[in-house]
Design a protein around this ligand. Structure first.
Ligand code: FES
Ligand SMILES: [Fe+2]
Length: 363
């Protein structure tokens, strides 16, 4: 395990962006105590359905708002009122902005200094996404989404919860530039490979024969929107899926990951049989991704990569990732330096290979 500073990232130890903090269906079961970006957080769904995330600890006496679940107010199902939550200890009520607006045993105005931080949160991609900015800034771009998640022809199953890894997310992001691992790790050596940077978006286009699909050619366009949300359009034979990989920092050098697949069925409205096909594809995609995961779980940190000329553009990718740890005024120069396509020595571009499959993609 290594920290952001050890990778030369900073000054912020945690990156700014949209991140997954839970699966949507998980939050439907009730309030959750979670930890991301080195802080404890209270996550709940208001009665309107709106997801809300607040810093965890009540200003009164430091109770974790969603951590003390045996309090009677929780057992009675009275903790959530509208989109507000009551602290389980003495019942102070926090609204979705993090301000205390009611104290059950107190007549005067509620103390303004009792306010705690509230984070922008939305449901998207089957998950609850939160915007994190170390400086508390508002979201700089919309939360990533896909229209296909609401299309009856497409099937999405539950997310795979991959748990926590003692690895810095930088190493997960390195995958985007990593042409040479696709053969040995995934049994799918690239026949063409390119990367493109567009401000907060990092794209990879590649394709080649995939051992797990019986040697059928797999064409992929994969992109990160910010540091935590990967979407990947993948096409082989007559099949089309989106693979989703989410990573969210827990502490500096520790990360939580989720995985999902959305499958385009052959029917205008997906059938029971399509649901089974989706499960098979998600399991297959997970098997492929698990090979990366397995490497990450056992490797030592690559604080510097011994980058060969014929490796993919790791250094560009790391520079791109550094924008999310940088002060705001350093972001634009990084983007200006990187924006555009980068090839990998010995590899054709997607265009040269005639497989730019991201036509019409909402990248
Ligand atoms: S500790 Fe939260 S209301 Fe007292
Ligand atoms: Fe990989």
């Amino acid at each position: 395990m290594a920290t952001a500073a050890e990778y030369g990232l900073g000054p912020n130890p945690f990156p700014r962006g949209w991140f997954v903090v839970a699966e949507s269906s998980e939050l439907d079961q009730g309030p959750m105590a979670v930890r991301f970006w080195g802080r404890d957080l209270a996550l709940y769904r208001g009665e309107s359905g709106k997801p809300v995330m607040l810093d965890a600890y009540c200003a009164h006496m430091g109770t974790h708002l969603t951590g003390a679940t045996s309090a009677m107010i929780v057992k009675n199902g009275e903790q959530i009122e509208g989109d507000s939550i009551r602290c389980p200890y003495h019942g102070w009520r926090y609204n979705d902005k993090g301000d205390v607006d009611d104290i059950p045993y107190h007549d005067g105005p509620c103390p303004k200094s009792a306010s705690i931080r509230s984070y922008p949160v939305v449901d998207s991609l089957g998950a609850v996404l939160a915007w994190f900015d170390p400086d508390g800034g508002e979201p700089e771009y919309d939360a990533p989404s896909l229209a296909e998640t609401d299309d009856p022809q497409w099937v999405m199953g539950p997310l795979d919860h991959l748990g926590e890894l003692d690895i810095h997310p930088q190493e997960i992001l390195d995958n985007m530039a990593d042409m040479a691992h696709l053969g040995p790790t995934h049994g799918a050596p690239s026949q063409y490979f390119e990367n493109e940077f567009r401000d907060h978006i990092y794209i990879q286009r590649q394709g080649g024969p995939m051992q797990l699909y019986g040697g059928a050619w797999l064409y992929t366009t994969t992109w990160y929107t910010g540091p935590g949300i990967l979407r990947s359009k993948q096409v082989w034979d007559n099949n089309e899926i989106y693979e989703l990989i989410f990573n969210t920092p827990i502490d500096d050098g520790r990360v939580k990951c989720w995985h999902g697949v959305i499958y385009k069925s052959a029917n205008a409205e997906a059938t029971e049989a399509d649901i089974e096909i989706q499960k098979g594809y998600q399991a297959g995609a997970l098997e492929a991704f698990a090979a990366d995961f397995n490497v990450w779980a056992s490797k030592r940190p690559a604080l510097k990569i011994m980058q060969l000329k014929s490796d993919g553009p790791f250094k560009h990718g790391r520079k791109w990732y550094s924008q999310f740890h940088a002060e705001q005024d350093c972001v634009a120069p990084i983007r200006e330096e990187l924006n555009g396509k980068v090839g990998t020595l010995g590899m054709r571009s997607a265009e040269e290979a005639g497989h730019a499959i991201d036509e019409g993609l909402a990248i």
